[in-house]
Design a protein around this ligand. Structure first.
Ligand SMILES: *Cc1c(COP(=O)(O)O)cnc(C)c1O
Length: 470
């Protein structure tokens, strides 16, 4: 299996190279040359597999340059009851109104990003060791992504993590989660500025080609192909849990921001998983909801990006969306270059002539949720005995309830646990006790490791250089 870029100007590459890549050199995103097709007999056989067995079957179709025994070992070390809270890894439960929830947030940082990042951490370490290489991850985070990366890469050989975060802007829980890590390869850097300033510093370092090459600087953002492929697995797992036979169809409702999570659902559907609809649930930042309703993609400016109570979906443009549009255009790289030239110039594009295909051939639907909807949904699910759900998952439940058709089975993906967003839970449901996994009791009291720096890229470069020279 080789990988190509959506912009069509990158030579085909094997999985283990694509694994370490961010954007392709031509500015596109990497995708497999074709999607493996799962026939009925294979699907039937997969129904009985454990999560790690299923993960091996699926990922081995994509990671064809990693020997089977090595891949199995990476996967068996990743998807364990110890790391994900149960042998099922992603159990499915049913709410009183019949909507199902697939738990994806029982990993170390209580958000679905662990599902892919934990795999990536082990896969990175393996691929780097084989190539005798080193990788220094530089990232910016406002919370979730940074902690998932740090917990996935802590203690890994050949890897350092330099994670920038805006000083004082994360919740005390998020700060404690990241800054309490004492692993020598994890470096937390609090920048005196906003999240955008942190991102600008990352870009400035990335743009310094000499520094980047000399210090082996890489990233792990949501466009990484390794993350998408690991996410494909739980759509199959959720489908098997929600059905009795493969004659049944299931729809997935996915709280969406950068289109990474639901992009994996699109790939699972293209592989032949019987998915009826893929429902994108957005918050007030509804660029994707607008596209799936109108066919018009209209990325927002920073000023038109809302700060909401489901903050991990506060995006102005959806960075993985290009992967779907590539398929939608019949994999036409020239058209993708033209469409994204429009995006780059601050406009967007209009594919409304493709709406029937978007809905019928590809099965997409969408909805949006507001702060009020989110609070009401959290309160309602709690009162009806469904437990406390987090604000992002609430956006998914709200939209699923709104768009559900007669006889449709909808599985909502749980993208975080309520424990990460106590303030919104209290606003929604009053002074309830928000359960926290035992391992995280007293987290805020642990000693913290972080250095605070002015908003200045050169100072960050100096820290990286001096740390690596030690
Ligand atoms: C990252 C994240 C999302 C959005 O996922 P995308 O892949 O960016 O669409 C939703 N909810 C939570 C809790 C997240 O951390």
């Amino acid at each position: 299996m080789k990988y190509i870029s959506t912009r069509g100007a990158t030579a085909p590459k094997p999985f283990s190279e694509v694994l370490l890549m961010g954007l392709a050199p031509d500015g596109g995103l990497m995708l497999p040359e074709h999607y493996p097709q799962i026939d009925a007999a294979t699907l039937q056989q997969w129904r009985g597999l454990s999560y790690p067995e299923l993960a091996f079957e699926i990922i081995s179709l994509f990671a064809t340059d990693i020997p089977a025994a090595d891949l199995r070992n990476i996967i068996n070390r990743t998807y364990t009851a110890e790391i994900f809270g149960s042998a099922e890894i992603t159990p499915v439960r049913t709410l009183s109104d019949g909507i199902k929830i697939q738990a994806l947030s029982n990993g170390p940082t209580l958000a679905f990003k662990d599902m892919a990042m934990q795999f990536l951490g082990n896969a990175f370490e393996y691929v780097l060791a084989k190539a005798g290489r080193q990788l220094n991850i530089l990232g910016a985070t406002s919370g979730d992504t940074g902690s998932a990366a740090e917990y996935a890469l802590r203690g890994k050989k050949g890897i350092n993590v330099f994670m920038l975060s805006p000083e004082g802007k994360m919740s005390s829980f998020q700060r404690a989660q990241m800054f309490s890590l004492q692993d020598a390869n994890i470096h937390n850097i609090a920048v005196q500025g906003m999240f955008d300033d942190c991102q600008d510093i990352v870009k400035a370092v990335q743009n310094d080609a000499a520094f980047k090459a000399q210090h082996h600087i890489g990233t792990v953002n949501s466009i990484n192909w390794g993350r998408i492929v690991a996410q494909v697995v739980y759509y199959f797992a959720g489908y098997f849990k929600a059905t009795e036979t493969n004659a049944q169809k299931v729809s997935f409702c996915v709280p969406s921001g950068n289109f990474g999570n639901i992009c994996a659902g699109h790939i699972a559907r293209q592989m032949g998983l019987p998915i009826r609809r893929l429902i994108a649930a957005t918050n007030e930042n509804d660029v994707l909801d607008e596209f799936f309703k109108t066919g018009v993609y209209r990325p927002r400016t920073a000023e038109h990006t809302h700060v909401t109570s489901s903050p991990s979906m506060d995006i102005s443009k959806a960075s993985n969306f290009e992967r779907f549009v590539f398929d939608l255009t019949g994999r036409n790289a020239a058209q993708i270059r033209a469409l994204w030239a429009e995006v780059g110039s601050g406009k967007g594009f209009d594919l409304s002539e493709k709406l029937p295909e978007i809905h019928e051939k590809y099965g997409f639907a969408s909805g949006r949720s507001s702060h009020r909807n989110r609070l009401d949904t959290i309160a309602d699910v709690y009162r009806s005995g469904g437990g406390l759900i987090d604000p992002h998952t609430a956006d998914g439940i709200q939209v699923a309830r709104e768009v559900r058709q007669a006889g449709e089975t909808i599985v909502c993906l749980e993208t975080a646990l309520a424990a990460k967003f106590e303030d919104t839970i209290h606003e929604a449901a009053g002074s309830v006790t928000v359960p926290r996994p035992a391992a995280l009791e007293g987290l805020e009291q642990l000693p913290q490791r972080v250095q605070t720096v002015p908003n200045n890229a050169d100072i960050v470069k100096t820290i990286i250089r001096e740390t690596l020279e030690k």
